[in-house]
Write a protein that binds this ligand. Structure first.
Ligand code: KG4
Ligand code: ZN
Length: 360
C-alpha cells in the first residue's frame, strides 16, 4: 500500500509518498518527499503571517504534489493522508480541501492525521518501531510535550509547557537579538562560537505539586517564558550599559555568548526532564522529534546522555525533523491500518486534540 501525505499546518507546503514494507519492525519506506518552504516570505514580517501562509499554500500545493508523484516514480496511491490539525486554520484548510478533492477524484480513502502523531512517526519512518515503552519529546514552534509511548503510534501526554514552546522561545529571543525569523537555526549557528557560561540564565523548575497536572507526580512540565524574559532583561541592561541607540545592536561576540548561554539552558531543561522521566517509567528508548530536534546541541547532548545511560536515543534526520509530509503519510498508514477513514465532510481543526482526528 502507498499513501500520499499532505501537510500544510504552518509555513511549509509538503507532500510525500510512503509505502508499507511488510516488515513489522521497520514498517514504512519513503519513496519521495517535497517541501516548499515559505520562510523567505514570512522573514520580512518577523514571523508567520497566517493569511500570507494560506495564500502561498494555494499557489504551491499543485506543484508540490505533482513533483512528489513524479519523484516517487508513479502517479498511483492507495490513500491520501492529510494533517487535520493543530495549526493555522486557513493553512490547514488548503491541505484538507486539496486532499479531499484528490482522494475523492482518485477514488481512494482519505485519512486524517494529527500533526504531532506525524512528528512521532518521523522516528519510526527513519529507524523502525521504537523499543517500548519509550519516552518521546515533541519539541517545535507550537509544542513542547513529553509523551509515554506504550504501544506503537500511541501517545500518552505526561508533561507539557505551561507557556511558550521551546521553538517559540528560540524565535522570540532571536527577534529581540535582531537575528530574524526563524530564530532556531540562527541561534544554533551563532551559539557554536559563543561561551555557554557567559550569561547566567534561570532554569525554571515546576516542582510545586499543584503546578503539575493532576495525577502526574514529579517534575515533567516545562516553562520557557521566564527564560525569554531573563534574556530580554539582560539585553536591555547591556544596551543601557553600552549606551546603544535603537538602531545599533550588541557587539557580535556578546550576541554569540547570549545565544550559547540561552541554548545551553534550553537543552539542559529539555533533556533533564526527558531522561528523568525515562528513568521514572523504565523506558527502553528515548525519542526526540519536531523542529527543535534539528538543534545541533540538543542532538549531540541527547546522544551523549543516552550513551552514558545505555539508553537508545532516536532523533530524525534534519529533513524529517522540521515539518514535512513524509511523517504525515507514515502516520496516515498507521491510522488507516487501525481503521481510521475520514468522511467527505472532514474539516480542519486549529486546536485538534490528540486521539481525536475524526473518523467519519
Ligand atoms: O516542527 P516545526 O517545523 O513546525 C512546528 O510544528 O512548529 O518547528 C519549527 C520550530 C521553529 O520555532 C524553529 O525556530 C525551530 O523549530 N527550529 C530550531 C532549529 N531549527 C528549527 N530550533 C533550534 N535549533 C534549530 N536548529
Ligand atoms: Zn511541526
Amino acid at each position: 500500500m502507498i499513501v500520499l501525505g499532505i501537510e500544510t499546518s504552518c509555513d511549509e507546503t509538503a507532500a510525500a509518498l510512503v509505502e508499507e514494507t511488510g516488515d513489522a519492525a521497520k514498517p514504512w519506506r519513503l519513496r519521495s518527499s517535497v517541501v516548499a518552504s515559505q520562510v523567505a516570505i514570512h522573514r520580512e514580517w518577523g514571523g508567520v503571517v497566517p493569511e500570507l501562509s494560506a495564500r502561498q499554500h494555494i499557489r504551491d500545493i499543485c506543484g508540490v504534489v505533482e513533483r512528489t508523484l513524479l519523484d516517487g516514480g508513479r502517479a498511483r496511491f492507495d490513500a491520501v493522508a492529510v494533517t487535520q490539525g493543530p495549526g493555522l486554520v486557513g493553512s490547514l484548510l488548503v491541505g484538507v480541501a486539496f486532499a479531499k478533492a484528490l482522494a475523492w477524484s482518485s477514488n481512494v480513502p482519505l485519512v486524517p492525521v494529527h500533526h504531532l502523531a506525524g512528528h512521532l512517526e518521523s522516528l519510526v519512518l527513519e529507524s523502525g518501531e521504537l523499543p517500548l515503552p519509550s519516552v518521546v519529546l515533541i519539541v517545535s514552534g507550537g509544542h513542547t510535550s513529553l509523551y509515554l509511548v506504550r504501544a506503537p503510534g500511541a501517545l500518552e501526554l505526561i508533561g507539557r509547557t505551561r507557556d511558550d514552546a521551546a521553538g517559540e522561545a528560540y524565535d522570540k529571543v532571536a527577534k529581540l537579538l535582531g537575528l530574524g525569523y526563524p530564530g532556531g537555526p540562527a541561534i544554533d549557528r551563532l551559539a557554536a562560537d559563543g561561551n555557554d557560561r557567559a550569561v547566567g540564565l534561570p532554569k525554571t523548575r515546576l516542582t510545586h505539586a499543584d503546578r503539575n497536572a493532576p495525577g502526574m507526580p514529579g517534575r515533567r512540565d516545562f516553562s520557557f517564558s521566564g527564560l525569554k524574559t531573563a534574556v530580554l532583561r539582560h539585553v536591555s541592561g547591556r544596551r543601557a550599559a553600552l549606551r546603544l541607540d535603537e538602531s545599533s545592536s550588541l557587539p557580535e561576540q556578546e550576541i554569540r555568548d547570549i545565544c550559547a548561554s540561552f541554548q545551553r539552558v534550553v537543552v539542559e531543561v529539555l533533556l533533564d526532564r526527558v531522561f528523568e522521566t525515562a528513568r521514572w517509567y523504565g523506558a527502553m528508548s528515548v525519542g526526540i522529534a519536531g523542529g527543535v530536534s534539528a538543534n545541533s546541541r540538543l542532538r549531540l547532548d541527547a546522544r551523549n546522555r543516552g550513551e552514558a545511560r545505555e539508553l537508545p536515543v532516536f532523533i530524525p534526520s534534519l529533513s524529517l525533523a522540521t515539518d514535512n509530509a513524509a511523517m504525515i503519510a507514515a502516520a496516515g498508514l498507521r491510522a488507516f491500518r487501525a481503521g481510521t477513514i475520514a468522511g467527505w465532510d472532514l474539516n480542519a481543526e486549529a486546536g485538534l486534540k490528540l486521539g481525536t482526528a475524526t473518523a467519519g
